[in-house]
Ligand binder design. Structure first.
Ligand SMILES: [Zn+2]
Length: 291
C-alpha cells in the first residue's frame, strides 16, 4: 500500500499536466481499491502549490492522563500564538525574513503580470509554495505543542472559540465590549495565521474528554489571582495589572490562568474533584461555561 502511495506521488510531480494521466491513475486506483478493500480509505489531493498528496487517515493516539489532578489553561494570545497558565509563551513558526522578502517581491511581480499569462501562473505557484511551506511548519508545530499538555495535565482548559464569530464581534457587544477594534482586528488575523483551531482539534484528539471549553467573554478582563473583573486591568496588549489586588502578569498568561480556573471549576461542578485554581477565588460570577 505504501509503495503504491509512493509510486503515485512519484508519478504526480508538479509539471505533469496531462489530465488523461490523472484519470487513468484514478481508474487504476479505483480498481486496486475494489480488489483490496483495505485500500478503502485514502485520498489524493493537489494543493495550491501544485503538490500532490496521498493521505491515509491515522487517528492520533490519545495520550494517557497523568492522573495527578492538574489543570492547565491555554489561551490563544494576542502577542504570542498561545500562552499557558504555567507562564509559557508559545509562538507558531512563520516564514523567515528572507522568505517574507521573497514573498513581497513575488506579490509585486504578480501585480505586474498580465492576466492569463504564463508568467502570472508561475508567480502564483511560487507564492503558493512559500505559503505551503509556512502551513507545513505550523502543522508540525501544532503536532509538537499539542502533545505536552495532554501528557502533563489531566484537564486542559481552552477558550470556546468560533473564529467566524470572533471576526464578527471585533467591535464587541454591550455585554462584552471589545478590547479595542484595531487590537482585535490584529488578533483575528493572528488567530487565523496561528492555527489556533488546529491546535484545539489536536488537543481534543490527544486528550479526549479532558478538554474543557470556557466561554471567552471575560477571560481577558478578570484577574486570575483574585477574580475581580476589571475592563481597564488589561493595560495594553502585553500587560495585565489588577487594580483590586495588585496582581501583575503577562496579559496572555493571566487569561490562560482564568481559563485554567474556570476549567477547574467546571470539572468540580460536574462532580469531579476540585482541581487547580487559587483558594481565595470568588464564586464564579463572570465565567460562563459552555462545554
Ligand atoms: Zn486581582
Amino acid at each position: 500500500m505504501w509503495n503504491l502511495a509512493v509510486e503515485q506521488l512519484a508519478h504526480w510531480q508538479p509539471g505533469r499536466k496531462t489530465a488523461p494521466g490523472f484519470v487513468e491513475q484514478s481508474r487504476r486506483l479505483t480498481e486496486a481499491r475494489a480488489e483490496n478493500p483495505w485500500l478503502k480509505s485514502y485520498s489524493i489531493t493537489r494543493d495550491r502549490a501544485d503538490r500532490w498528496h496521498v493521505a491515509f487517515p491515522v487517528a492520533p493516539e490519545p495520550v494517557p492522563a497523568p492522573g495527578i489532578g492538574d489543570v492547565v489553561g491555554v489561551d490563544r494570545g494576542v502577542v504570542v500564538s498561545a500562552a499557558l497558565s504555567t507562564g509559557e509563551l508559545l509562538s507558531a513558526p512563520t516564514l523567515r525574513d528572507t522568505e517574507k522578502a521573497r514573498l513581497l517581491r513575488l506579490r509585486r511581480k504578480l501585480a505586474r503580470a498580465r492576466r492569463g499569462s504564463n508568467r502570472r501562473g508561475k508567480v502564483k505557484t511560487a507564492i503558493a509554495r512559500l505559503k505551503a511551506r509556512e502551513t507545513d511548519r505550523r502543522k508540525d508545530w501544532v503536532e509538537k505543542i499539542g502533545t505536552r499538555p495532554a501528557r502533563e495535565f489531566d484537564v486542559i482548559g481552552v477558550e470556546h472559540l468560533k473564529i467566524t464569530n470572533m471576526t464578527r464581534s471585533a467591535k464587541g457587544t454591550a455585554d462584552a465590549p471589545g478590547r479595542g477594534v484595531r487590537q482585535k482586528a490584529g488578533l483575528n488575523q493572528g488567530v487565523l495565521a496561528n492555527g489556533w483551531g488546529q491546535l484545539v482539534t489536536r488537543l481534543e484528539q490527544k486528550a479526549p474528554g479532558r478538554v474543557v471549553k470556557v466561554d471567552p467573554r471575560y477571560t481577558s478582563q478578570s484577574c486570575s489571582a483574585c477574580g475581580a473583573a476589571d475592563r481597564k486591568a488589561r493595560e495594553n496588549e502585553a500587560a495585565f495589572r489588577c487594580r483590586s489586588c495588585g496582581f501583575v502578569a503577562n496579559a496572555d498568561v493571566n487569561a490562560a490562568c482564568d481559563i485554567r480556573n474556570a476549567a477547574g471549576h467546571a470539572v468540580a461542578a460536574r462532580g469531579g474533584p476540585p482541581l487547580g485554581g487559587p483558594a481565595n477565588r470568588e464564586p464564579q460570577h463572570d465565567l460562563f461555561l459552555v462545554g
